[in-house]
Design a protein around this ligand. Structure first.
Ligand SMILES: [Zn+2]
Length: 219
């Protein structure tokens, strides 16, 4: 029975969202290519790290605006991606259908540990998270999508994904714990939820971690 190259690749357990390039008998083909007897097929993974644009027929363009939507069990990873400045949608109430719809409508990379979710036809950009520890997951994603050069740490709210803007101490003084008000001078406030950030011990630890991520990625 003839089948498309997409069906055949998925029947082997590889979600089509993980595939960036398919070569049949030496030529790049789209997912809809109907496989013929005797075809030699090679499938290559998402090439976010290399420029293969000239080879690419699977989808019209590589997704390079790096925005994410995360599956419900990846809440910590969501906070960490926001810490690095990436626009990351996460709600623990989202079902599969909603995740797939938002990913497709907003051109967000869907991150999940559920292989089945990536097999939905509407998911054009998705990626399987292999690590289980959230800090290792962050390193995994930074490496896979070659993000080390595009980090904008501490520009986004870790809780709600809103963007942070500098705000004068006088404007927020009444909202601060007294110890914080007497110790720190620079503050940022979330444009969406109003949460206030300052460069306390949490910030220092995060900053060391971000430097490690960048150093590791460059090695
Ligand atoms: Zn916020």
């Amino acid at each position: 029975m003839p089948g498309t190259v997409k069906d055949i690749i998925e029947s082997l357990g590889v979600p089509h969202t993980e595939v960036e390039l398919i070569v049949v008998n030496g030529e790049s083909v789209p997912f809809a290519y109907v496989v013929q007897s005797g075809d030699r097929i090679a499938a290559y993974p998402m090439f976010e790290s290399f420029d293969v644009t000239s080879e690419l027929r699977v989808r019209p363009r590589v997704l390079r605006e790096t925005k994410f939507i995360l599956d419900v069990h990846l809440g910590k990873l969501a906070a960490y991606l926001r810490m690095l400045g990436f626009d990351t949608v996460y709600e623990n109430g989202f079902g599969d259908t909603e995740l797939v719809r938002i990913s497709s409508e907003q051109h967000r990379i869907l991150l999940t540990r559920d292989r089945g979710l990536l097999k939905y036809r509407a998911v054009t950009h998705g990626s399987l998270v292999r690590e289980t520890d959230s800090r290792r997951q962050l390193a995994e994603i930074v490496a896979r999508f070659d993000l080390a050069g595009s980090l904008q740490p501490f520009t986004r709210c870790m809780v709600c994904n809103g963007s942070l803007a500098e705000i004068a101490k006088e404007q927020v003084r009444t909202l601060l714990p007294p110890r914080v008000a007497s110790t720190f001078e620079e503050f940022r406030q979330c444009s969406q939820c109003g949460r206030i950030y300052w460069k306390g011990s949490h910030y220092q630890r995060m900053q060391r971690w971000v430097s490690e991520l960048v150093t590791t990625a460059a090695a």
